[in-house]
Design a protein around this ligand. Structure first.
Ligand SMILES: *[C@@H]1O[C@H](CO)[C@@H](O)[C@H](O)[C@H]1NC(C)=O
Ligand SMILES: *[C@@H]1O[C@H](CO)[C@@H](O)[C@H](O)[C@H]1NC(C)=O
Ligand SMILES: *[C@@H]1O[C@H](CO)[C@@H](O)[C@H](O)[C@H]1NC(C)=O
Length: 257
């Protein structure tokens, strides 16, 4: 850090501790960043967001997003053999987001609705809509991912899969199906299209993943080869779940001098 910044920061801290006496900053310095209100009353909001708040952000769960389409065989394989087993082991350190749209295309009709063309035909569009509406109604990933996983590994067409899997999981099937066939589903799917089309770099294939918002070939390959390892390695929090231990370097099998 250069001298100018250091002295500016010191000056700000000095000024704020002086003015803090006049305002209501009745807190010892180690509590200044403990909440946004306290930070504001002690006039250290900027310092906190550059230091301890940033650290807290980085030690949160790893953001992992899957961009996929419902009938793509490689997406089904990835969900079945990699993403779902990984999620079952280390969901506590993962913030998983699913974006069902993939290589589909949308165009706006004169009615204002969107028309979707899907890579694997109209059935895939039905599947994407059912997934999108399941996410909308079930709200939390712990609820919708098991249901979507069930549909993705089913050999039936999307509508049948939705019905069959609804027998295994508590889901509002009627709402999900009517959403999938209504302007609500149509506009929710448009949000998925926007999320997909705003990716930078643009997606080239599916499954397409981002790790803390970043996509590159290394991340993609590691995600497809060993997702538990990738997430464990990326997680910055202090307590890693048990399943991460197999990737710890074992110090026992070495002859130290
Ligand atoms: C995850 O994404 C959220 C929202 O964009 C962000 O605030 C948070 O810092 C991200 N977490 C990590 C570990 O990057
Ligand atoms: C989880 O990801 C979503 C975006 O997909 C984001 O809005 C949210 O802030 C993230 N949560 C955490 C705890 O990082
Ligand atoms: C959507 O509605 C049309 C006719 O209104 C019907 O033929 C079709 O089976 C419905 N699809 C679903 C997924 O319910």
């Amino acid at each position: 850090m250069n001298i100018w910044i250091v002295s500016t920061v010191c000056l700000i801290f000095t000024l704020s501790s002086v003015s803090a006496k006049n305002n209501k900053c009745n807190f010892p310095p180690d509590l200044w960043c403990s909440s946004e209100e306290i930070a504001a009353s002690c006039q250290v909001t900027q310092q906190c967001s550059e230091t301890s708040w940033l650290l807290k952000e980085k030690t949160g769960p790893v953001n992992f997003t899957l961009y996929y389409e419902s009938l793509c065989p490689d997406c089904q394989q990835f969900i079945r053999f990699m993403l779902y087993p990984t999620y079952q082991k280390i969901s506590s350190i993962m913030n998983l987001t699913l974006v069902p749209y993939g290589n589909a295309r949308e165009s706006r009709e004169s009615s204002g609705r969107y028309k979707y063309d899907c890579q694997h035909g109209p059935q895939e569009c039905v599947g994407n809509l059912i997934d999108t509406c399941s996410i909308y109604y079930l709200k939390i990933v712990e609820k919708y991912f098991p249901y979507i996983h069930c549909m993705e590994i089913s050999q039936s067409d999307p509508l049948q899969a939705a019905k069959q899997c609804a027998q295994q999981f508590t889901v509002p099937l009627d709402k999900i199906l009517s959403c999938a066939n209504s302007s609500l589903g149509n506009s929710l799917e448009h949000e998925m299209a926007k999320k997909t089309d705003s990716l930078r770099p643009q997606h080239q294939y599916v499954p397409w993943v981002t790790l803390n918002g970043v996509h590159n070939e290394k991340i993609q390959n590691e995600a497809q080869n060993n997702l538990v390892k990738l997430i464990c390695k990326t997680y910055q929090g202090a307590k890693k779940p048990e399943a991460c231990n197999e990737f710890k370097v074992k110090k026992t099998n070495r002859c130290y001098k």
